[in-house]
Write a protein that binds this ligand. Structure first.
Ligand code: GLC
Length: 730
């Protein structure tokens, strides 16, 4: 048998096994082990598995661990600390059931990557997966078994600070990256020493918070829930996600942490989810604030019966479940089912066989050159070139450069929101990166000009004088990390403080000016967008941010980032997203159409937008059929040519529109994308296939199907441009 034949045989044997290992679920051996364990457990020990506590350093925590009354700790870091607590559970408790250690490893453990929204701007699922795998390798080496990531909340409102943590506004891009991160964290075997369990959050529609205010009410129709907010979760579950986390928000009157429709009907009955759900921090206890539970007992009853297995730091289950069982309001079968789901993940993680972490691993796995190289590449590919008039970029390495602005030489902020175990000292700032790339570093000078916040302009003079003595000015402005992320919603999306005024005064010197934005969200910059010739969005780019920005500024990397969101001109336009409905009065800038009197209805930059140092031309759109049945597949292709002078990546995007349906349909929907690297003058035919998965939607009865009718299709560089075709579904 030749090598190939042997491979085929092994593939036939191994793939089903590996898939079973990847997807938390049945395997008779695992289920038998669970049966035997549950049969031995007391009610107290069972309820103990449903508890997660933060910290683990108190005497009470240690006592509970030693008594087998803790399922998991979060925020315990390092092999030494986790091993000490694990020893109590494994060697002191009656049954020796190991603990799971969870942590918010959202965009890196020690090697911090760009924030997830920035990673989404790379439109590179393979690289996103590699970044998650690095995070898993570093975290598991430090005793962490479980990350509270990926955060996959669709966000159409940048006032919401947590837009930074997700993949933006689009369900297709969001679903693709959700699956990539689950694969990166979990691999094919959760028990491997470099993998961790994923926890897809926040289930569900947390990003639809009214007013963009974190934790606020969400009202989302079932169809919008199914076509916009659920797809990334469904993709993550299909990818084998071990756990989910329920959200804080009131969802259509039933809080997401006590919602049987989403947690049981959809997640378990429709999707067949076999893992477990952990609440968000005391989100079960918050059911009292929501006014959906009169007391802790009712909160516990509602959450457990809806489908929450583990109570994060709320102590609601700990205090209320024994009484509920005693009163017959919660069955032991319900408790057993919750315990089984948790034990299943602990078994898949290999914790019974290997409960401890080798303390030497930390030194081997953290900040390796390979990890840093991946962080630099991710930061490079996340940078979006928004404008480059007169090709002011790339810069000459021997230029006299004035680097101005409060964020130019700040390390902590580049770690972004959820800095985990990242250390500010590891961060290469933009000033450091630019100096390292310059031929004459001593010609790269810096003036802060102002702070991120506040009205103090006393530093303007120094900045302006420095600008006048330079060949080019790079203004590094934006948000500090603490203006982004959880509990950091902003009602005004302008540059904070007097940063815009600093840019305006520096611009008035007439020197060539580049603005580099560092933020966790799009900022409203109408004046800068109009007046400044070159603009980069570099987000909060992680430990390698400064090197990556310098790579782009000096042309060592041709920028390829594309916006994963719609960028508003003013906050009054929000929510603003590309896959909107047409309405009965589509905007035509005439009076009686949907628009504003005082601002355009168009965004500053459209979804999928990003420039390059090269240019790309699209031609030869081709469909292999113009008419098809509802179950058929359609192949659509176009030729993309690098019509510029430098090589680079183009993100080729495919959009469709269902012109008439049984319900109103978006004017455009992303249904495919491919990154392609092209040398100058090189052309490539890029193909996509469209079928029920892409053309279907939830109709008036919430059935997912493809309806007959006419469709348009575009292949292009973003959601506003492209070559167009059409086809018909019979
Ligand atoms: C926080 C966040 C959640 C995080 C959890 C644990 O409140 O909402 O995303 O995973 O608590 O830190």
């Amino acid at each position: 048998m030749n090598h190939r034949g042997g491979l085929v045989v092994w593939a036939i044997i191994l793939i089903p096994v590996m898939l079973a290992a990847q997807i938390p679920g049945y395997g008779t051996e695992i289920e038998s082990r669970i049966d035997a364990m549950v049969a031995q457990m007391t009610l107290d020990e069972k309820i103990g598995q449903l508890q997660q506590y933060a910290g683990g350093e108190s005497a009470e925590h240690r006592e509970m661990a030693a008594a087998g009354r803790v399922g998991s700790f979060l925020n315990v870091r390092g092999a030494e600390s986790t091993n000490a607590l694990q020893k109590l559970a494994v060697e002191n408790s009656r049954l020796g059931i190991p603990l799971m250690f969870g942590l918010d490893v959202i965009h890196g453990y020690k090697t911090l990557f760009p924030i997830p929204l920035a990673e989404a701007a790379s439109w590179n699922p393979e690289l996103v997966e590699r970044a998650a795998a690095v995070a898993a390798r570093e975290a598991r080496a430090c005793g962490i078994h479980w990350t509270f990531a990926p955060m996959v909340d669709i966000a159409r409102d940048p006032r919401w600070g947590r837009i930074a943590e997700g993949s933006g506004e689009d369900p297709y891009l969001g679903a693709t990256l959700a699956a990539a991160r689950v694969h990166g964290f979990q691999g094919m075997d959760l028990s491997a020493p470099d993998r961790i369990a994923a926890c897809v959050k926040h289930y569900v529609a947390y990003g639809a918070a009214e007013g963009g205010r974190d934790y606020n009410t969400t009202e989302v129709s079932e169809r919008t829930l199914r076509d916009v907010y659920l797809p990334p979760f469904a993709a993550a579950v299909r990818a084998g996600a071990a756990t989910l986390m329920s959200a804080f928000n009131d969802l259509n009157g039933i809080p997401a942490s006590a919602n049987p429709f989403t947690l049981t009907d959809i997640l378990r009955h429709e999707w067949g989810f076999k893992g477990f759900v952990v609440s968000d921090w005391n989100s079960i206890g918050e059911l009292l604030n929501h006014g959906i539970a009169a007391d802790s007992a009712e909160a516990a009853w509602r959450a457990l019966s809806a489908g929450i297995e583990m109570d994060m730091e709320g102590r609601i289950y700990k205090n209320a479940l024994p009484g509920l069982v005693e009163r017959g309001l919660v069955s032991t079968a319900a408790i057993d089912e919750a315990v089984r789901r948790i034990l299943r993940i602990k078994i898949l993680l290999g914790l019974f066989e290997n409960p401890y972490t080798d303390p030497d691993l930390e030194k081997q796995m953290l900040r390796t050159p390979e990890n840093l190289a991946i962080a630099r590449q991710m930061a490079r590919e996340s940078i979006v070139l928004l404008k480059n008039d007169k090709n002011i970029l790339p810069l000459s390495r021997s230029a006299r450069v004035a680097v101005i602005g409060p964020l130019a030489d700040r390390q902590q902020d580049l770690l972004g929101t959820w800095a985990c175990e990242g250390e500010a000292g590891d961060v290469i700032t933009l000033l450091q990166g630019i100096r390292s790339a310059a031929v004459k570093p001593d010609l790269v000078l810096h003036a802060r000009g102002c702070d991120v916040l506040g009205s103090d302009r006393s530093g303007f003079k120094e900045a302006i004088q420095l600008a006048k003595r330079s060949d080019v000015v790079i203004a590094v402005v934006g948000e500090s990390a603490d203006l982004s992320g959880e509990a950091s919603s902003r009602a005004d999306l302008a540059l904070p403080g007097v940063q815009e005024q600093l840019v305006q005064e520096v611009a008035a010197t007439g020197k060539p000016l580049v603005v580099v934005l560092l933020a966790g969200r799009p900022l409203t910059i109408p004046w800068i967008a109009e007046q400044v010739p070159a603009i980069l969005m570099a987000w909060h780019g992680g430990v390698q941010a400064g090197s990556a920005v310098a790579d782009v500024l000096f042309g060592d990397y041709n920028p390829s980032g594309r916006l994963p969101l719609t960028w508003p001109r003013t906050v009054g336009q929000v929510p603003l997203y590309y896959n909107h409905k047409n309405t009965g009065r589509p905007t035509n800038e005439q009076k009686w159409s949907t628009k504003y009197l005082d601002w355009p209805i168009t965004p500053q930059y459209v979804f999928g937008f990003g420039r390059s140092y090269s240019t790309f031309a699209y031609s030869h759109l081709s469909l292999d059929k113009n008419e098809m049945g509802p179950r058929a597949m359609l192949t659509v292709s176009a030729v993309v040519k690098n019509s510029g002078r430098v090589a680079g990546d183009e993100v080729v995007q495919l959009y469709v529109r269902d012109l008439a349906g049984s319900v109103t349909r978006p004017v455009k929907e992303l249904k495919g994308f491919k990154r392609v690297y092209l040398e100058p003058g090189e052309s490539r035919k890029i193909e996509f296939t469209l079928g029920p998965g892409e053309l279907g939607f939830h109709d008036a009865h919430h059935r997912h199907q493809v309806e007959p009718g006419r469709f348009k299709v575009w292949i292009g560089p973003n959601s506003a441009e492209g070559i167009e075709g059409d086809f018909c579904v019979r």
